[in-house]
Design a protein around this ligand. Structure first.
Ligand code: NAD
Ligand code: WQD
Length: 371
């Protein structure tokens, strides 16, 4: 008997595929829905290779309520959802535009991210599925250095996203919170027995790294946007150099600080949050998932160069619009309430990323290396 059955939206994507693996390893059955907008079905093969089991998969759009209803009807054992499906390229490549993609096509971001989450909640409601773990982001905090004593950032730091993508995430947090609270209030008022809805709003800091086997990792369909995948391309020769966005920040070396978290730790964070919701019925709560350790861009270049074994070319350019000085988590709440903390370092993420990109420079568009 499985521990439970979980619907994972966006489950063929980067964090979704690692979370699916963690769920399967923990004895859950998994049903994935994904449009494959930014992922490939090969992720399912890699998950099966590592877990020895294959999740069910449906290629559907998260905004398609009817298709979601059909999946719930086909899998009545689903009791929880982990919701990753979203558009997430908050920054466009430097050569294309200095503003983020989400600010160029905001309606599409609101339609998919906010509209898709509402469609999902409506379908969950019709199908009596009452636990949701949501992919939020540290980006909801915006520039936390505008407040005194908010670095490292605790969950009670006021939110204030600086781009459309971040605003979709904070809106969805509100949609989920309002819905869960209304469920309780409405049913209590009517004196009806109610099933408690539960939501985990997981605010991730900077996910990175790959599976230690080197066969599963991030495989964006277009140009990568994040620092480590771009550095990976410099190391494999697919990119001439890294552009460092600003060395005039008031940090220890002038470059911006982020809290890089290994994707395997992050996936385990979803598993423990889901277990917590099912065991404790807490209603809705937000948790930071980060390590508590901040690294500068230069420190990341140094750590990744060390695992590659040579210096990687970079050029310092102007700051990127919308970037903030420091996003480092205070993960105390997740440490204490969820009994979760990171076990893998940023350096280990660099090692695993290098294994992944050197074995699979074209991502999932080629066969895994022979055993
Ligand atoms: P990803 O792009 O690899 O995964 C997202 C998945 O959603 C993809 O498989 C994509 O095909 C799917 N998808 C997109 N639009 C869809 C639609 N309309 N219908 C169905 N599926 C759709 O991204 P990821 O890095 O794995 O991120 C997963 C979640 O975590 C996202 O919600 C993202 O916003 C959030 N997040 C990511 C980061 C990060 O840096 N990677 C940080 C914080 C939060
Ligand atoms: C990290 C640092 C850059 C690229 C983004 C989203 C955020 C979340 C995680 C989804 C910054 C610097 C980067 C480059 C550089 N995603 N950098 N040269 O911006 O912290 O967060 O991903 O929720 O919402 O905004 O991550 O990897 O783009 O940048 O110097 O070519 O590296 O300026 O200081 P970011 P990132």
């Amino acid at each position: 008997m499985p521990v439970g059955t979980v619907l994972v939206t966006g489950g063929t994507g980067y964090i979704g595929s690692f979370t699916t693996l963690a769920l399967l390893d923990a004895g859950y059955d998994v049903v994935i829905v994904d449009s494959l907008y930014n992922s490939s079905k090969v992720a399912l093969d890699r998950i099966e290779l590592l877990a020895g089991r294959r999740p069910d998969f449906y290629q559907i759009d998260i905004t398609d309520e009817k298709a979601l209803d059909e999946v719930f009807a086909k899998h009545p054992a689903i009791d929880s959802v982990i919701h990753f499906a979203a558009l997430k390229a908050s920054f466009a490549p430097h050569s294309f535009s200095a503003v983020g993609e989400s600010s160029v096509i905001p309606l599409e971001y609101y339609r998919v991210n906010v509209g898709g989450s509402i469609a999902l909640l409506q379908s969950m409601s019709r199908n009596n599925v009452t636990n949701i773990v949501f992919s939020s982001s540290a980006t909801v905090y915006g520039d936390a250095t505008r407040f005194p004593n908010m670095i490292p950032i605790p969950e009670h730091c006021p939110i204030g996203p600086t781009n459309t993508y971040g605003r979709t995430k904070s809106m969805i947090e509100d949609v989920i919170s309002d819905y869960i609270n209304a469920q309780r209030n409405n049913l209590e008022k009517e004196g009806k027995p109610f099933q408690q809805w539960n939501g985990a709003l997981l605010r991730y800091f900077n996910p990175c790294g790959a599976h230690p086997s080197g066969i599963m990792g991030e495989d964006p369909q277009g140009i990568p946007f994040n620092l480590l995948p771009l550095l990976g391309q410099v190391a494999t020769g697919q990119r001439e150099k890294l552009l460092v966005y600003g060395e005039d920040y008031p940090s220890r070396d002038g470059t911006a600080i982020r809290d890089y978290i290994h994707v395997v730790d992050l996936a385990r964070g979803h598993l423990v949050a889901l277990n917590y919701l099912r065991a404790n019925q807490p209603g809705v709560k937000a948790w930071n998932l980060g390590s508590g350790r901040g690294s500068t861009v230069f420190e990341i270049i140094k750590a990744f160069s060390a695992v590659v074994g040579r210096d990687l070319k970079y050029e310092v350019v102007a700051r990127r619009a919308g970037d903030v000085l420091d996003l480092t988590a205070n993960p105390t709440l997740a440490n204490t309430e969820l009994n979760w903390k990171t076990e893998l370092t940023m350096e280990k993420a660099c090692e695993d990323l290098w294994r992944w990109v050197s074995n699979n420079p074209q991502g999932y568009r080629q066969e895994p290396p022979a055993e």
